[in-house]
Design a protein around this ligand. Sequence first.
Ligand code: GLA
Length: 727
Amino acid sequence: MAINYQTENRIFTLNTKHTTYQMQVDHYGFLLHLYYGAKISGNMDYLLTYYDRGFSGNPADVGNDRTYSMDALPQEYPVMGTGDYRSSALIIHNADGSDCCDLRYIGYQIRKGKYELKGLPAVYATEQEAETLEIVLEDAVSRIRVQLLYGVLEEDDIITRSAVITNCGDQTVVVQKAASACLDFITGDFDLLSFYGRHAMERNLQRAEIAHGKFVIESRRGTSSHQYNPAVIVAKKDTTEDAGSCYGMVFVYSGNFQCEAEKDQYGQTRVMMGLQDELFHYPLNQGEELIIPETILSCSKEGFGQLSVQFHRCIRDHICRGKYNKEIRPVLINSWEAAYFNFNGEMICKLAEEAAKLGMDLVVMDDGWFGKREDDNSGLGDWQVNEKKLGCTLGELIQKINAFGLKFGIWIEPEMVSEDSDFYREHPDWILQIPGRKPVYSRNQLVLDFSRVEVRKAVFSQICHVLDQGNVEYIKWDMNRSLAEAYSMEHNQGKVMYQYVLGVYDFLEKLMERYPEILIEGCSGGGGRFDAGMMYYTPQIWCSDNTDAIDRIKIQYGTSFFYPASVVGSHVSAIPNHQTGRSVSLHTRGVVAMAGTFGYELDPGKLTQEEKAEIKEQIAEYQKYAKLIQSGDYYRLSNPFLEEYAAWMFVSLDQKQVLLYVVMLEIHGNMTVNYVRLKGIIRDGVYQDVQSGRKYSGAALMEVGIPMPVEMGEYLSYRIELRLEEK
Ligand code: GLA
């Protein structure tokens, strides 16, 4: 049993293979957090200490006991209203105007399998793989009930948390703030690793001390955002890539989020993950409930490398779904950087014909195929095929492409509308907009109110009409601006950001139901919605609009802390690169793009014969290793922000096959030799370099590594395949 409850002292213990999580319902019915970390046996309630602390108040029912204060005790789900002055996981605004809630224990339930969340993405697992613990807390005055949900995936070292807030009282209340996970650490000094960025330069790693005061990362943009990814690592001060304790928190949600980290007056650390609270005021009428999106937790005492492997496996096997989740993804060519808006049907066919000769699997017709869409100022919302531009119907175009032996994919941006579109002219009141005020424009487009069913329905039927015209096997779902002035005619303003995201999920779920065979790739100006929520619907996401191989190394490095290579959309593009002007060899561009779902973003018609020959080899190489790349374990072998080289590796789950990639980031006169050390292999095994025949002991590869050649040239790259010798 992964979940255990001791009746005599009301202690709940969640055990995974290598970790333990423990909490206790105390004498007063408060749910206190006791421990999360490396696996231990026994009870950790001895960690709780009680001292009379000035200015830390005491709940009324503890009587004269001035040593009992919620301001000092570690909690599972701290609320505003019990005398805890730290940040709250939940703030309830009551009908009488008070902001108060006092949650006490009511009961619990343990069941097989993993809980689901209605309308929201969540980790899924079989009854054999997971158990669920539900703890019910309630406020006796307002009758606000909170179900705390814990999913335990024992073998994977994963614990998930969510909360369902229900109004069992008879007065309407407003949820002002709600988190799904709180981690209170009684002792220890920690750093927070977070991932900041901007369009075309996402997920840069920042490591900062969790000091006294509060550090917050968040999104108010309606999407998870390029600016901060909704995932963090809490690490002990001395934790490195290979050693030390660390805790990951990944929010399974694609909208506004907030992660707060604070060290309190007694040196205790609190880290919370939940919904962003500034644009959130969620009214709950009698009997209504609000589901807080899930947070995935994992803990490793072997550093970030191991933590990442745990998250990769969880997201790959328990978040991503659909036919393509386990299948080798098609090598695709996308028309965007090849032609932008300047294409016609003939050009798409030409792209397909060339791509077929090179061995690719799928051609994607990106933005520009619909309505009046010759640039990005018009046409969104009019999802009718521009047959004049294509010179034929969509069905005919797809047939021609299929005749080359290629699959066909199409770009859509369902959540958006251009002011210059028939759809907007017909339904000007379907956008998110505050009545009486002008909206904020971005990329000259407006956001449709996806919280409203009729809006979603109208877009859905247009999109289905397009998809039904032929054999569409791939969709790129884009989203190219942040939400602003999010006001809905239907929903209260404090509700709309949340309901919008649920609307997007509902649309995607319906799309998956109707077209189970179609592979959907997510995108939001590249990686602006690169989160575990979207991965539930789109098993691959365009990682960044930046296709420069050297920048991509850094972007993919940050991305790899939580997200597996199988979700990372990554393409070889033309040089000089369109985002940076940098020129990098085709070989190195291929090496970098192969650390994800592989493809091309260029016009093959402009390639030389040599380049074409090299691309053929690249594709054959990718196809040879695709299974290992998509389903093996991935390890970072260097920090490209600090080291002269970037290196990463894939190792098969049986540890028999290793694929090592190295890109030299710097070159100097009289260069010193770089040794790349491997990870995750069998120490006492012998591995043979498939190309050179040279043999190495596993221990040598892990302790000292392989010397990289010193060669003249910029951004040279290497691939080494190793195989375990059979005993
Ligand atoms: C976004 C995407 C690009 C491309 C354009 C089309 O920026 O990230 O890949 O699809 O939109 O407008």
